[in-house]
Design a protein around this ligand. Structure first.
Ligand SMILES: Cc1ncc(COP(=O)(O)O)c(C=O)c1O
Length: 383
């Protein structure tokens, strides 16, 4: 239907074979393949613990819970992100306190605004490496250390991204990944919690599976007959098919990220000549995971018409994101109002996400850039 979709997924034969092998093996639920995926992911990040879970939202929920965040606490987070982050704070009874982004060039959470939002109830900062570009973790870590706050890194966009030589997910107290289908690496639905804190990891492992002291696999192997339930946990387990797909995707991650980087550079080269669009994170290099390619339209450009023109040329676009604090539920529950996060709100009104996926090829990037050039030049009737 689309000439250039927003994203596309192509599984190679190795990935398909790996999943089929699990399906033929007779063991489908969390077991050795998941353990192997966890070990490889931990090795990749050079971190002590990686715990596979059913999705990125579950990873965030467990991270908040394992850090002991609870009712009465506040967690500072961005609003310009997927709502899962703020939701996960509410799941444990705490209150999300939104901080603004750093600027039009830096759509990540502002360290200064984090500082301004700290109260006696603040327990943690939940950062999101938006579009795969690492947050300014140096100042954020300093603020967190000075105020004894935990840092949760939402790395849904950022597997393989680096900040000062450290991989995202290993800088704060705990990192959370999503392997949803449009992510840089996917298990269809899936996620991972990573941490160097063994105690935290044990809590996450326990809570992932109903707070049970033994897994189905342990009983199958005759290692234990019964089990105890020591906490009120959840079923946030991953399964073996997804883990097999995860291993195959992890093997390709560097290659895939390099391709995303290449197309991002090509977009930047072409679009920097067009006045009317601002490219955020212009100077960020290969340390980004280049998950999506956002642009900010000038104030006088009608975004709906811009999107409609690209659609007319067969190009699918998206918006990242409608700000969380202005969703009906958030306004109703917490009394948030328009105007509290000026930069987030301005960007949210003017942002458009262009297609980016590893199999798109230079020609598709050129096609999108040609269409944008035409819009600003010949596309008068759409303006
Ligand atoms: C920034 C961000 N955080 C969290 C999530 C939640 O991940 P999942 O969809 O795997 O629950 C997503 C993904 O969709 C995301 O983009």
């Amino acid at each position: 239907m689309w000439k250039v979709p927003l994203f596309d997924i192509r599984l190679d034969q190795a990935a398909i074979n790996a999943v089929q092998q699990v399906m033929r093996s007779g063991w489908l639920t969390m077991g050795d393949v998941t353990k192997n995926f966890e070990s490889l992911f931990a090795e990749f990040l050079d971190i002590k613990n990686a715990i596979a879970v059913s999705n990125g939202t579950a990873a965030l929920h467990l991270a908040n819970m394992a850090l002991g965040i609870r009712d009465g606490d506040e967690v500072i987070c961005p609003s310009l992100t997927f709502v899962a982050g703020a939701n996960s704070i509410i799941y444990v009874g705490a209150q999300p306190v939104f901080a603004d982004i750093a600027g039009y060039d830096q759509l990540n959470i502002s360290p200064e605004d984090i500082k301004a939002k700290i109260t006696g109830r603040t327990k943690a900062v939940q950062v999101v490496h938006y579009a795969g570009h690492p947050c300014d973790m140096g100042p954020i870590k300093k603020i967190a250390d000075e105020n004894r706050l935990y840092i949760i890194e939402d790395c849904a966009h950022a597997p393989g991204a680096e900040y000062n030589g450290k991989l995202c997910g290993t800088i704060g107290d705990v990192g959370c990944f999503s392997f949803f289908t449009n992510k840089n690496m996917t298990t269809a639905e899936g996620g991972m919690v990573v941490t160097n804190n063994d105690q935290l990891a044990n809590t996450v492992r326990l809570m992932r599976s109903h707070g049970m002291t033994a897994l189905t696999m342990d009983r199958y192997r005759g290692q234990t007959l019964s089990y105890d339930v020591v906490e009120l946990g959840f079923n946030y387990r991953m399964d073996e098919m997804r883990a097999a797909l995860g291993v195959a995707q992890l093997n390709n991650l560097n290659d895939v990220n390099n391709k995303r980087y290449r197309f991002t550079q090509l977009y930047k080269d072409r679009l920097s000549h067009i006045s009317g669009v601002t490219i955020p994170f212009r100077d960020s290099g290969s340390a980004s995971a280049c998950h999506i390619f956002p642009v900010i339209l000038d104030e006088n450009i009608n975004r709906e018409q811009f999107i409609a023109y690209l659609k007319h040329r067969g190009i699918q676009t998206s918006i990242h994101y409608p700000p969380a604090h202005l969703f009906d539920f958030y306004k109703r529950t917490f009394g948030f109002e328009e105007g509290i996060l000026p930069l987030t709100e301005a960007v949210a009104r003017r942002e458009v996400t262009l297609p980016l996926y590893p199999s798109m090829g230079d020609d598709s990037v050129q096609y999108v850039c040609d269409a944008i050039e035409d819009y600003y030049g010949k596309g008068e009737k759409y303006r």
